[in-house]
Write a new protein. Structure first.
Length: 57
């Protein structure tokens, strides 16, 4: 992983909404999975677009 990729991922994690942060710590597997999948999608989008900003629909 290069410095640019690391920086993009870090920015996404820093900007993650509070509900994702909270749900990642959930004991409920379904809630935790939803948060993990959402964060993964946010990271994938940022890597694809080269930014931590999400794309406008």
């Amino acid at each position: 992983m290069n410095d640019t990729t690391s920086a993009i991922i870090l920015r996404v994690i820093e900007r993650a909404p509070q509900w994702i942060r909270h749900d990642l710590d959930s004991k409920d597997e379904a809630i935790r999975t939803r948060a993990e999948e959402t964060l993964a999608a946010m990271i994938a989008n940022a890597l694809e677009t080269g930014t931590s900003e999400s794309r406008e629909a």
